[in-house]
Design a protein around this ligand. Structure first.
Ligand code: GDD
Ligand code: MG
Length: 348
């Protein structure tokens, strides 16, 4: 009897064609996967993890409206696995995007959502994966309803896959972490065109007992929402909690357990930046306070203004002196809020 060892996986496809609406307005001009995380485009963290797992070719499945941003990124990307674009004229959804490039892929390859990273090695997941049409990396979370929920049987096969069940109805706390090993044959019977892994392919493979799952312990991070984007900074910057680009100008105070200040950004005297991301070129003027919020590129937070609790200020926007924004308010790119023109607070 011969035991076949599967050949190593050398290709990955990263799904980066979503609209990133939960991260608007930052995603108005930048694809979600190119938003900086601890000062480097998110995709760069992903590609370096894929490279560490032995991948030498990464295909990025992008939407046609974001091609320019991706081409600009590819022109300056650091060395590592070879990157190429697969452009969709219309959104093909998660599995449709893979189907569209199936003829470029090996018999077995990795698929990664564009907004997740793993602090545990991807190679360990690959080594632990059994043979199946698709194998999902799984994580355990306290509230599974925002995810694809997976029920495993005793042999590590997926019994059920339920995408975003209504709150309180999730059949397990194990969720799809957005990293898969896919065998080409598992997709070959589906029609080309828009197709969802989560709503169609995975439930069908599960019914055929051709879907497996491997729980990756602990280290899984998602940047898909402002809360998660901020939380991920805290984890990724654990060794350098208050990180600033070399040419950032920080005079004011950075407080709390972490902060990030981007290239050329300026934190003026008596300003406070707490557990927040201040992107390149932004200014936090004298006495302004930014807490658990994100300030977009070249935006200005005027003197004494307060930006608190998951506020996102878009690129080039100005929050005038003395304004106060709380609780998830988003300021569109380029908007100028005049001095003391607005105070919004959450209800008590
Ligand atoms: N190319 C392409 N085309 N990519 C797409 C398309 C498309 O039409 N639609 C979505 N994507 C990409 C997004 O850019 C993202 O990287 C990925 O597919 C997943 O889409 P999200 O919109 O981020 O999905 P989600 O976060 O609600 O849920 C997904 O991720 C969870 C883990 O974070 C699902 O896979 C869940 O099952 C999973 O638990
Ligand atoms: Mg997501």
């Amino acid at each position: 009897m011969t035991i076949e060892t599967p050949s190593p996986i050398r290709q990955a496809l990263v799904l980066v064609g979503g609209r990133g609406t939960r991260m608007w307005p930052l995603t108005a001009s930048t694809p979600k996967s190119l938003l900086p995380l601890a000062g480097r485009p998110f995709l760069e963290h992903q590609v370096s993890q894929l490279g560490d797992a032995g991948v030498d070719e990464v295909v990025l499945a992008v939407g046609v409206d974001q091609v320019a941003a991706w081409e600009a990124y590819l022109a300056s990307a650091p060395s590592g696995p070879r990157l190429s674009l697969a452009v969709e004229d219309r959104p093909l959804d998660t599995a449709g995007a893979v189907m569209a490039v199936l003829d470029r892929m090996d018999d077995r390859f990795l698929v990664l959502n564009g907004d997740v990273i793993f602090t545990t090695a991807i190679a360990r997941f690959v080594a632990a994966a059994p043979s199946a049409g698709a194998v999902l990396a799984l994580a355990q979370v306290p509230d599974p309803s925002a995810y694809g929920v997976v029920v495993l049987d005793d042999d590590g096969r997926v019994e059920r896959f339920v995408e975003k069940p209504a709150p309180g109805t999730a059949p397990a706390d194990t969720v799809n972490a957005g990293l898969y090993i896919v065998e080409r044959r598992a997709l070959e019977d589906f029609e080309p065109g828009p197709l969802s892994f989560e709503r169609r392919v995975f439930p069908e493979l599960a019914a055929r007992k051709d879907l497996a799952g491997v729980v990756v312990d602990g280290g899984w991070l998602d940047i898909g929402t402002p809360h998660l984007y901020l939380d991920t900074h805290e984890r990724v910057q654990a060794d350098t909690p208050h990180l600033a680009a070399d040419d950032a100008h920080v005079v004011g105070r950075r407080s709390g357990s972490w902060s990030y200040v981007g290239a050329g950004a300026s934190i003026e005297a008596e300003a406070e930046v707490r557990e927040s991301v201040v992107l390149a070129g932004a200014t936090i003027a004298q006495g302004a306070v930014v807490r658990r919020s994100i300030v977009g590129r070249n935006a200005v937070i005027g003197a004494g203004a307060r930006v608190i609790d998951h506020v996102i200020v878009g690129e080039d926007a100005v929050v005038g002196a003395g304004c106060e924004l709380h609780a998830g308010i988003r300021v569109a790119p380029g908007i100028e809020l005049g001095e003391r023109s607005i105070t919004v607070r959450p209800p008590r």
